[in-house]
Design a binder for this molecule. Structure first.
Ligand code: NAP
Length: 248
């Protein structure tokens, strides 16, 4: 049985990934800022008969907290073989009004977190000669997105980091891939809808999506389950879009 870490596993896409990896037989640890949400999802997974633990209050943009959380996971579940960097925060701001603090926060949560978590966990994977890393980026990095320069810059960085790290770690039996989701029905998307930031309702956009629906968190979890599997060993450095055909 392998140990998996899912950051931001307390909600939305991360929650679905944590459920799926646990159901597929991973001991699954949820690292999330939101302690209550991380505990709730852990209980859901345990109630379904699978192994899970939570390290709540983990801000993945803080290297010290990341290292401490990963040590806690190792103590209970052993070395980590699978890392899903999913935690993220969005933003919607006129470029000229973005102040340094906001720019740095968005970069830290979406990009620095991937750097910190990978640096903390890759040694376990090298030691084992096997590992799987999946970074959740964003379809907005395909196309650009107005009023999201900070977020799209960070997510584009995640894609570049993924491609480069894959080249560096291939010889060690470790794959690194990224899934850029597009238009997935989660609290993050509904929050944007309620603030009028989507340029129409979720239903309105679903009608204009090639597959005629919004994405489900489980759609991303299914792609992730494949990428962390044994049989995905020849897939690395790839950008696997899961977006209902909205970006090709
Ligand atoms: P979500 O429902 O808001 O879930 C994100 C989770 O991450 C929440 O539990 C959140 O906790 C946690 N989190 C936020 N900042 C954190 C931090 N600094 N440290 C640790 N945990 C943190 O969002 P989602 O829609 O599932 O998004 C998951 C990922 O997919 C994100 O990286 C997002 O950018 C990406 N994405 C989503 C979509 C979409 O259509 N939904 C599209 C493109 C990309 P709090 O609730 O306490 O903030």
């Amino acid at each position: 049985m392998k140990t998996a870490i899912v950051t931001g596993g307390g909600s939305g896409i991360g929650r679905a990934i944590a459920h799926r990896l646990a159901a597929d037989g991973h001991r699954t640890a949820i690292l999330d800022l939101d302690t209550e949400a991380a505990d709730r999802v852990t209980q859901e997974i345990r109630s379904a008969g699978h192994e899970a633990m939570a390290v709540g209050g983990t801000d993945v943009s803080d290297r010290k907290l990341v290292n401490a959380a990963i040590d806690t996971v190792r103590e209970q579940f052993g070395p980590v073989s699978v890392l899903v960097n999913n935690a993220g925060m969005t933003g919607f701001d006129n470029f000229l009004r973005i102040e340094d603090d906001l720019w740095e926060r968005i970069l830290a949560v979406n990009l620095n977190s991937v750097f910190y978590c990978c640096q903390a966990i890759v040694p376990d994977m090298i030691e084992a000669g096997w590992g799987r890393i999946v970074n959740i980026s964003s379809s907005s990095a395909h196309s650009g997105q107005q009023y999201m320069t900070h977020y799209v810059a960070a997510k584009s960085g995640v894609i570049g980091l993924t491609k480069s790290l894959a080249l560096e770690l291939g010889r060690s039996g470790i794959t690194v891939n990224t899934i850029p989701p597009g238009f997935v029905d989660t609290p993050m998307l509904r929050n944007s809808e309620s603030q009028g930031l989507l340029g129409g309702s979720v239903d309105h956009h679903a009608e204009r999506t090639p597959v005629r629906r919004a994405g489900k968190p489980e759609d991303i979890a299914a792609a992730c389950a494949f990428l962390v599997s044994e049989e995905a060993g020849y897939v690395t450095g790839q950008v696997i879009g899961v977006n209902g055909g909205r970006n090709t």
